[in-house]
Design a protein around this ligand. Structure first.
Ligand SMILES: *Cc1c(COP(=O)(O)O)cnc(C)c1O
Length: 423
C-alpha cells in the first residue's frame, strides 16, 4: 500500500474537505529549503512550511541544540518548577522584543498564545473591577482555531458553524493609509462605550487574509486611542514575528506599542510546537496580589517544553547572526527588483511586499478552495516549487537561508504561472 492509501485509512487532515480533496501528498525528507517526495523529487519550500522553517528544515544548529537538551531533560511540570532552557529563552526574547514587554507566558501553539492573550486582557479588567465585555479585531483577521482565537478571527469561511458560540467582537477595517481617519473614528465609537477590553490585530501583515498589508501610522494612532480609553492592545505576531517584516518584530515599526504580543510559528523554527504571550509590567501587576483568585489560572501540560525552548534559543541566535540579517536584506532587495518587473504584467492585478513577504494578486478570479486553485498548486509542484495559492493570491515567504539562484528559480516559476494562468 502506498503512503497516500495508508494515510486515507485513518488520518483526518486539517482544513480539508476529504470528499473533494485528492489524496495527501507524501513527503519523506526535509532539509534546508527543500522537501523531498518518495520518488526522490525535490521541492523548494517557498512558504517555509507556513512561515516556520525560516532557517531551513532540520537546520543542524537547531537540531543539535534540541538533541543535546533531549539527553539532559525532557518535559517537567512548569507550575512550581523552572529550568535553564525556559529562563535563557525568556532572556533572549526580552532582549529582542520592544522594551515595554516584560513577562512571558508559555503555551503550545499560535492559537493558544491568542487564547492566553484574550483571557489575560479580560481578567486584567476583571481584577481591576472594571466591567469590559467587548473585543475589537480587524476584518478578515486570522488568529487561530480555538474558541477565543476563532472568535476574534474574521475569516468566515472557517467559522460559520460556530458563530453563535463566539465572544462578542466588533470588526474594524484595517487602516491602509488613505482610510486612516475613518477607521480611527469607527474605532473611537466603540471605545466610547467603555466596554472594550482589548483590540486584537495582526500588525503590518494579515497572513491568512492573503498577505493584506495595513498601515503602520494608522495602526499606531488606533493603539494610541485604545490606550487613552484604557483598552489593551494585543499584537498577533504569530506570523509576522522573527524577522519576516524586515525588523525582528512588526511592532517595532509602530510608534505606539502593544501591551501584549503573541508569538509562535518561527519561534521554534519548525522543530517543535510552542507558543508564547508576552505582556507589559502593568498587565502583570493586575494579577499580582494577595488574592489567590487574582492569579492567572491557565496552564498547558507541555508549558515551557525544554526541547522547544532549546530550539527557540538556537533560532534566535540564528536570527540575530550577521549572515541571516544580510540574507534577509538580500531577499528584500531581490523581491523589490522582481516586483518592479512583475507588477506591470498583464495577468497581475496588484502586488505587495513587507520584508521577505511578497504577494501577487492575479486578475483572474479564483476561489480560495477548489479545482482551479489546486491546478495552480500542482503547476508549481510539477516545477519543483512548493507554493500554496490563497484564491487568486500567490505569496512567497522564503526561508531566510535561501540562496540567490534558488530565489530566482521561484521567480521564474511565478513568471511561467502568470503566462499559464493569466487573464
Ligand atoms: C498561524 C496563525 C495563528 C494560529 O497558530 P497555530 O499554531 O496554527 O494555532 C494565529 N495567528 C496568526 C497570525 C497566524 O498566522
Amino acid at each position: 500500500m502506498s503512503l497516500s492509501d495508508r494515510d486515507s485509512k485513518h488520518l483526518w487532515h486539517p482544513l480539508t474537505q476529504h470528499k473533494l480533496a485528492g489524496p495527501a501528498f507524501p513527503i519523506t525528507r526535509a532539509s534546508g529549503i527543500y522537501l523531498w517526495d518518495e520518488a526522490g523529487n525535490s521541492y523548494i519550500d517557498a512558504i517555509s512550511s507556513w512561515y516556520i522553517s525560516m532557517y531551513g528544515h532540520c537546520n543542524p544548529m537547531i537540531t543539535s541544540a534540541v538533541a543535546e537538551q533531549m539527553l539532559r531533560m525532557d518535559q517537567i511540570v512548569f507550575s512550581g518548577f523552572t529550568h535553564e532552557p525556559a529562563i535563557a529563552m525568556s532572556e533572549k526574547l526580552m532582549a529582542l522584543l520592544p522594551e515595554n514587554q516584560q513577562k512571558v507566558f508559555l503555551s503550545d501553539n499560535g492559537s493558544t498564545s491568542i487564547e492566553v492573550a484574550v483571557k489575560m486582557a479580560l481578567q486584567y479588567h476583571f481584577n481591576r473591577a472594571e466591567k469590559r465585555d467587548l473585543l475589537m479585531a480587524f476584518e478578515n483577521g486570522f488568529h487561530g482555531d480555538t474558541f477565543g482565537a476563532m472568535s476574534v478571527s474574521g475569516l468566515d469561511v472557517y467559522n460559520g458553524p460556530f458563530s453563535d458560540f463566539s465572544l462578542e467582537v466588533k470588526r474594524i477595517t484595517p487602516p491602509n493609509g488613505s482610510n486612516n481617519e475613518q477607521v480611527l473614528e469607527d474605532l473611537k465609537k466603540y471605545l466610547a462605550t467603555g466596554r472594550v477590553a482589548a483590540f486584537v490585530f495582526e500588525p503590518l501583515v494579515q497572513g491568512a487574509a492573503a498577505m493584506q498589508l495595513n498601515d503602520a501610522a494608522g495602526l499606531s494612532s488606533m493603539i494610541a486611542a485604545c490606550h487613552a480609553a484604557g483598552t489593551l492592545c494585543i499584537a498577533d505576531e504569530v506570523m509576522t514575528g522573527f524577522g519576516k517584516t524586515g525588523t525582528h518584530f512588526a511592532s517595532e515599526q509602530l510608534s505606539e506599542l502593544p501591551d501584549i504580543i503573541c508569538l509562535s510559528k518561527a519561534l521554534t523554527a519548525g522543530l517543535l510546537p510552542m507558543g508564547l504571550t508576552t505582556c507589559t509590567q502593568a498587565v502583570y501587576d493586575a494579577f499580582y496580589s494577595d488574592q489567590l483568585a487574582d492569579g492567572f489560572f491557565h496552564g498547558h501540560t507541555y508549558s515551557a517544553n525544554p526541547l522547544a525552548c532549546a530550539a527557540a534559543i538556537a533560532a534566535m541566535d540564528l536570527l540575530v547572526s550577521e549572515e541571516i540579517q544580510q540574507n534577509i536584506q538580500k531577499i528584500i532587495d531581490s523581491h523589490r527588483e522582481f516586483d518592479a518587473e512583475i507588477k506591470i504584467h498583464d495577468a497581475v492585478a496588484s502586488t505587495r511586499q513587507c520584508g521577505v513577504i511578497y504577494a501577487i494578486d492575479l486578475k483572474k478570479d479564483i476561489p480560495r478552495y477548489g479545482k482551479e486553485r489546486d491546478a495552480i498548486l500542482q503547476f508549481f509542484m510539477d516545477r519543483g516549487v512548493y507554493l500554496r495559492p490563497l484564491g487568486n493570491t500567490i505569496y512567497i515567504v522564503p526561508p531566510f537561508v535561501i540562496q540567490q539562484e534558488e530565489l530566482q528559480k521561484i521567480y521564474e516559476v511565478l513568471r511561467e504561472a502568470l503566462v499559464a494562468f493569466g487573464a
